[in-house]
Design a protein. Structure first.
Length: 279
C-alpha cells in the first residue's frame, strides 16, 4: 500500500515537525521545517495542499523543470503523484493532507454537488490566494489548537476548488439524491438502514451503496455519521444535555457519540462544548 507524504517527510533526518492537528480520519494539518535535504514522494495515497510560510527559494522540484519556491507559493499534489525535491536553504511550510474519501465527501457537502465534479490538478509553486489564504488560516488554527477555526478554513478552501462541467455518467440523479438527503435529515435521530435508502430510489442495496459513494465521495454510513456530527455540533452550542443530544442525533449511545467526536475533532463532546463557550 502506498504511503503518505507525511510518512516520507517523517523519515528524513533533516525535517522537524513543528505542529500537527488532526481533523479526523483522513484529514490532518502539519507545519514542517526543513533544510539541506533530498526527498522523493513515491505515489502517496493522500492529496497534499502546501503553502510556503517562510523561505522556499532554495526548494526545487527536480522532476518539474527544477522550478523553485518562494514565501506564499502554493503546491497541490493529487494522490498518486510521484515527485522529487531538493532543499538547500531552511524553510517553513504547512501541509494539509486529505484522503480521497475525505476530500470527495467534503467537496460534495460544501458545494452541494456530485463529488465527481471536483477537478483537482497538480500545481507547482503558483500564486493562488483562494488556496493560500485558507492554508495560512489552517496553519494559525493548528498553532492555536483551534478546531473551529480549522473547520471554517477547510470549508473556505474546499469551497473554492474548481469543478468540471463535463457530463457525469452513473450515480444517482439529483432528484433521487435530494430525496435521500431529505430522508436522512428527517430520520437522523433513528437507526437508518441501507435498505430504507435504497427503496427510496427503487434500486438494490448493493447498487445504491455503489452509486451513493460515487456521488457523495463517501459510503452511506460515513455520510450519515458526518450529518449526525454536524447536528451535534450545532446542539452543543445550546444548553441541551449531552445525553439528550445523543438521542436527538441518532447515536446509539453516549459512548458512541464520544468516539465519533474524538475521531473527528480530538475532543469529547463535553470538551468541544467547553471550547465553543471559551472561543
Amino acid at each position: 500500500m502506498p504511503d503518505s507524504v507525511e510518512y516520507f517527510l517523517g523519515r528524513s533526518n533533516t525535517v522537524s515537525l513543528e505542529t500537527k492537528m488532526s481533523l479526523g480520519k483522513g484529514c490532518s494539518i502539519v507545519i514542517w521545517e526543513n533544510q539541506s535535504d533530498h526527498i522523493r514522494y513515491e505515489a502517496p495515497h493522500n492529496h497534499t495542499f502546501s503553502l510556503y510560510l517562510k523561505g522556499g527559494e532554495g526548494t526545487r522540484r527536480l522532476d518539474a523543470g527544477k522550478a523553485a519556491g518562494w514565501p506564499g507559493a502554493v503546491c497541490i499534489l493529487p494522490a498518486g503523484q510521484c515527485s522529487e525535491w531538493e532543499i538547500t536553504d531552511p524553510f517553513r511550510f504547512v501541509h494539509l493532507y486529505l484522503s480521497d474519501a475525505k476530500l470527495g465527501s467534503m467537496y460534495s457537502e460544501v458545494n452541494d454537488c456530485d463529488a465527481r465534479e471536483l477537478d483537482l490538478v497538480e500545481e507547482n509553486f503558483v500564486k493562488k490566494p483562494h488556496v493560500a489564504q485558507p492554508l495560512a488560516e489552517l496553519a494559525r488554527a493548528a498553532m492555536s489548537d483551534n478546531v473551529l477555526r480549522a473547520e471554517s478554513a477547510m470549508a473556505d478552501l474546499i469551497g473554492n476548488l474548481p469543478g468540471r462541467k463535463a457530463p457525469l455518467l452513473g450515480g444517482l440523479a439529483p432528484h433521487m439524491l435530494r430525496r435521500v438527503d431529505d430522508y436522512i435529515e428527517a430520520y437522523l435521530n433513528t437507526t437508518i438502514h441501507l435498505i430504507d435508502l435504497a427503496e427510496l430510489v427503487g434500486i438494490s442495496e448493493f447498487h445504491f451503496h455503489r452509486m451513493f459513494r460515487m456521488v457523495r465521495g463517501a459510503p452511506p454510513h460515513a455520510w450519515i455519521t458526518e450529518r449526525r456530527m454536524s447536528r451535534a455540533k450545532r446542539l452543543l452550542q445550546s444548553d441541551m444535555p449531552i445525553s439528550a443530544i445523543t438521542v436527538d442525533c441518532g447515536f446509539s449511545s453516549q459512548s458512541h457519540m464520544t468516539r465519533a467526536f474524538r475521531d473527528r475533532t480530538g475532543r469529547t463532546p463535553a470538551q468541544y462544548r467547553k471550547f465553543l463557550r471559551s472561543s
